[in-house]
Design a binder for this molecule. Structure first.
Ligand SMILES: *[C@@H]1O[C@H](CO)[C@@H](O)[C@H](O)[C@H]1NC(C)=O
Ligand SMILES: *[C@@H]1O[C@H](CO)[C@@H](O)[C@H](O)[C@H]1NC(C)=O
Ligand SMILES: *[C@@H]1O[C@H](CO)[C@@H](O)[C@H](O)[C@H]1NC(C)=O
Ligand SMILES: *[C@@H]1O[C@H](CO)[C@@H](O)[C@H](O)[C@H]1NC(C)=O
Ligand SMILES: *[C@@H]1O[C@H](CO)[C@@H](O)[C@H](O)[C@H]1NC(C)=O
Ligand SMILES: *[C@@H]1O[C@H](CO)[C@@H](O)[C@H](O)[C@H]1NC(C)=O
Ligand SMILES: *[C@@H]1O[C@H](CO)[C@@H](O)[C@H](O)[C@H]1NC(C)=O
Ligand SMILES: *[C@@H]1O[C@H](CO)[C@@H](O)[C@H](O)[C@H]1NC(C)=O
Ligand SMILES: *[C@@H]1O[C@H](CO)[C@@H](O)[C@H](O)[C@H]1NC(C)=O
Ligand SMILES: *[C@@H]1O[C@H](CO)[C@@H](O)[C@H](O)[C@H]1NC(C)=O
Ligand SMILES: *[C@@H]1O[C@H](CO)[C@@H](O)[C@H](O)[C@H]1NC(C)=O
Length: 771
């Protein structure tokens, strides 16, 4: 069956091939994988060759299941799954979560099911197995809980070659899907062009198809997931490390889900267009002749792996998520973004002024909270400098846009908040982690060392060992001297911090929060001090730059991790209003914060490092080491999970929950539904010019026409904006620049093929959740 189909395809290929390389390759084309290898060999000029999705699928599903190795991998994930803080809640979530967000999921039960399917040889091939394992974690809709097996992500990334948008005709009608290129053509091509609505996809009602597809994403909120299906300027501005052009077209989590051979779009005007789906081939396939040889080359412990055998020390606390450009990234195009006043070079943050009647508005666009060491200081300084510039230019209102923000450095989230509110309360929700044998032993050992060496910043070059101990042990959340308890005091002992405390049928640590004055803050913040603390302590006497009612935050729902910590500070501590954009084609309010609300992810490699470090370095004799090695901490020596992880992916658990201090049930915020204050729908203009979003937000929040289709910002605005201010010379110059920028916009500036690309990234050294 496979043979005859492959031969037929090979003879079709022969019509077009000519080069000697291709001729030689064709002789190998007796299986789907050989055909892929041949096709790749015939595209030597492309850095990332592509083949038809169907051919790639036939290849990857021809890899036979290796039963013993599969069982080994399933054993390997167990120690790391124990660190996932939410398994008890996922299995038995609050009713409102089930009703409005996602269904329950039994992670441990699911793992058992996969194991018994492997044992009874129910999986037809390796891909079915690997995709089931990937999907088990993906279905938790916890963006911090992710494992991508090699067979799912090492060889192919899938895509539909047609990014879409979902827009409302007038900002009031429910949104409908369009081909993004059509919207560009209408805006920048011939004025007569009228894009037609997509009514059906592969024969199914379009919005139903898209909603079902959106569930493959990483977010928990369904409207946020829906937005993530589509092309979005904020994601595109993050380049290869953002969620790009939407999951429908193969960005973000879309890249790991086979979209079928073709995509058929049926339009309202009666036209039907069929696209051939593609697979990007990410590795060389030299010598691959069939599924088994593909397995031997890439899916064995001896096969290619990006992760080193040595554990790394990527910091626990510096990062909670997403979107980390490499140090080598230069300037990334940000189509649809106007000339900035200040902008970080990877577009992680930018300050902008609006023109004409919006001249009183300053906009801070924050699509990331940073995870790259070299960007930390620049990121912090953009806000510092922008606030000064905005005040100097007489701006009175501030719009903050956190669209596409998957998080980053936790304390950058605190810092942005403290720059805006110098006297604001310095902690968001409480943190807690899951209490089990491994975390208990680490608490004991980290705390014990803390009693014998002083808590101080040390110079790495002066004493590398001491530096590593301060960085990974003394500054760690397992050390009782780190963090503060619920009455803002230090914990008296490791037992006081660790607990355990039983909730919802599981055990957890005590509640704690950051001590931002801590001398070791720079080790947990990738080097910065938070404004108002430590070296920046005097900022607490600075005046608040904008009144609370003059600040509004807008999101696309993607807001995850550190972005949710920032939002907790803004909403709970300061009462700042949040506007959510877009959402499904349904009436009613949506959530503004739809990404994982866990407050810290841990890479599995870091967990392994901590376990091994405790056994080898924190014990005082060989006997003690052997004893510790015989506990659960000795379960982390096997490297199978790293050897079998897809190249260039990051693997994490959610380590800390966020618990709101007013919530007596102590339910993790991940399971709490929180509607936005106002919902605004995307329009076509907003998908090509981000200032259309900011103006709709400013109008709705600060006087003028409200664009809220649900919720309201009534009583928020001081109403003074109606009185247009006299334009200054600088305002006029800026307006001129903005008009010139808008005139220069062209369809070609909007990339239609942004792919996640992690080549050359140091994945082991960071705590990052990639899109
Ligand atoms: C075809 O197979 C031969 C023998 O297995 C191998 O030497 C050659 O490199 C293959 N060619 C391509 C293009 O894969
Ligand atoms: C604009 O219209 C002209 C004349 O109908 C046509 O030749 C041209 O291809 C169109 N351009 C675009 C960008 O659609
Ligand atoms: C119908 O709409 C589609 C999508 O906008 C467009 O590509 C196609 O050209 C239109 N067909 C006709 C006949 O106008
Ligand atoms: C470095 O620090 C370690 C741990 O405190 C200590 O044992 C060692 O003597 C120090 N080395 C030097 C050269 O000071
Ligand atoms: C820990 O990570 C930092 C930053 O990446 C690095 O400079 C340092 O050498 C690492 N230390 C150890 C002990 O691996
Ligand atoms: C915090 O710790 C102090 C002692 O270190 C203790 O007196 C206080 O009761 C603790 N607060 C809470 C809420 O546990
Ligand atoms: C929680 O920990 C305590 C003390 O170790 C133990 O007795 C209890 O069984 C644990 N509860 C759960 C639900 O694991
Ligand atoms: C916070 O950290 C600082 C510096 O390490 C320390 O002096 C202080 O006691 C800690 N606790 C509180 C409650 O500030
Ligand atoms: C804090 O100190 C720095 C440097 O000493 C100074 O430049 C800054 O103006 C001070 N800030 C405040 C708010 O006092
Ligand atoms: C851990 O022990 C090894 C071997 O003795 C040593 O090379 C390394 O520097 C130690 N690391 C730390 C952080 O103490
Ligand atoms: C710990 O035990 C494992 C076997 O479970 C062994 O491979 C490893 O060498 C041991 N390490 C130490 C430091 O005892």
């Amino acid at each position: 069956m496979v043979l005859s189909r492959a031969l037929a395809a090979a003879s079709l290929v022969s019509i077009v091939v000519a080069s000697p390389l291709q001729l030689q390759a064709r002789q190998n084309s007796s299986t789907a994988c050989a055909e892929v290898a041949a096709s790749v060999a015939s595209q030597p000029a492309t850095s990332t060759p592509s083949v038809d999705a169907k051919l790639a699928y036939d290849c990857i599903t021809s890899v036979p299941l290796h039963k013993d190795e599969a069982l080994h991998l399933l054993e390997g994930v167990v120690p790391y799954f124990r660190w996932q803080s939410t398994t008890a809640y996922l299995k038995d979530p609050p009713a409102e979560y089930v009703e409005k967000i996602q269904p329950a999921i039994d992670v441990w039960g699911g793992l058992e099911k996969i194991k018994s399917k492997v044992e009874s040889e129910e999986y037809k091939n390796e891909f079915e197995f690997g995709f089931d394992l990937y999907t088990l974690l993906q279905q938790t809709h916890d963006g911090h809980f992710v494992y991508v097996p090699d067979v799912v992500g090492t060889i192919f990334n899938w895509a539909r070659p047609v990014p879409l948008v979902s827009v409302s005709a007038d900002g009031k009608e429910l949104p409908k899907p369009y081909v993004y290129a059509d919207v560009l053509a209408e805006s920048y091509g011939n004025a007569t062009f009228k894009p037609s609505v997509i009514t059906k996809i592969n024969g199914q009602e379009a919005t139903e198809f898209l909603e079902a597809w959106s569930q493959r994403g990483s977010l928990q909120d369904r409207d946020a997931l829906y937005n993530n299906v589509f092309y979005e300027l904020a994601s595109v501005s993050l380049g290869p490390t953002g969620s790009g052009i939407g999951t429908f077209a193969g960005s973000g989590r879309g890249k790991w889900v086979y979209p079928g051979p073709e995509t058929e779009l049926e339009f309202e005007n009666g036209t039907t267009v069929t696209y051939t789906n593609v697979a990007r081939v990410l590795v060389t396939l030299e010598g691959v002749t069939d599924g088994e040889s593909l397995y031997q080359k890439y899916f064995t412990s001896q096969g290619t792996s990006t992760t080193s055998d040595l554990p790394s020390n990527s910091s626990v606390a510096t990062s909670t998520a997403s979107a980390m450009p490499s140090a080598t990234t230069t300037s990334i195009p940000a189509p649809g973004y106007p000339p900035p006043i200040y902008r970080e070079q990877h577009n992680l943050i930018g300050g902008y002024f609006l023109e004409d009647e919006y001249s009183d508005i300053a906009v801070l666009s924050v699509p990331s909270f940073v995870g790259i060491d070299t960007a930390e200081i620049d990121f912090q300084q953009v806000t510092e400098k922008f606030i000064v510039a905005a005040k100097a230019a007489g701006k009175t209102k501030l719009v903050i846009d956190v669209s596409a923000n998957g998080g980053g450095t936790i304390l950058q989230g605190y810092d942005l908040y403290k720059q805006l509110f110098p006297k604001g309360i310095g902690h968001a929700a409480f943190d807690r982690y899951r209490a089990h044998e491994s975390t208990k032993l680490l608490s004991e050992y980290h705390s014990r060392l803390a009693d014998s060496i002083p808590r101080e910043l040390v110079d790495e070059s002066a004493n590398e060992t001491l530096y590593a101990l301060e960085y990974d042990v003394i500054a760690s959340p397992f050390n009782y001297q780190s963090d503060l308890n619920a009455s803002d005091e230090n914990f008296p002992s490791w037992e006081a911090k660790f607990g355990p405390f039983e909730h919802h049928g599981d055990n957890y640590s005590n509640l704690f929060h950051w001590n931002l004055s801590d001398v070791l803050t720079p080790y947990n913040s990738a080097g910065i001090w938070v404004h108002g603390y430590g070296e920046l302590a005097n900022y607490s006497s600075a005046p608040q730059p904008f009144a609370n009612e003059d600040i509004v935050v807008v999101t696309d729902g993607y807001c995850a991790s550190t972005c949710t910590i920032f939002s907790e500070l803004m909403r709970q501590r300061e009462g700042i209003k949040y506007i959510s954009l877009g959402g499904r084609a349904k009436e009613g309010i949506t959530q503004a914060i739809g990404g994982v609300k866990g407050t810290n992810n841990d890479p599995w490699s870091y967990i392994q490092y901590l376990a091994q470090l405790a056994i080898t370095n924190l014990t005082s004799s060989e006997e003690e080491a052997a004893k510790l090695n015989a506990t659960e901490l000795g379960d982390y020596w096997d490297n199978v999970v790293f050897e079998r992880q897809a190249v260039g992916t990051s693997v994490n658990v959610n380590f800390r929950d966020g618990i709101r201090d007013t919530d007596e049930t102590e339910t993790p915020l991940q399971f709490v539904y929180e509607p936005a204050d106002c919902r605004i729908l995307y329009t076509k203009a907003m998908t090509i010019d981000v200032t259309a979003i900011w103006k709709a937000v400013a109008d709705s929040a600060f006087g003028g026409e409200s664009h809220c289709v649900a919720g309201s910002l009534d009583g928020y605005s001081t109403g003074t904006r109606k009185v247009k201010r006299e334009l200054t010379v600088e305002d006029r110059a800026l307006s001129k620049r903005m008009h010139a920028w808008r005139r220069e916009l062209k369809a070609e500036q909007y990339p239609l093929d942004v792919y996640t690309d992690l080549t050359g990234m140091d994945l082991n050294k960071r705590g990052i959740m990639w899109p």
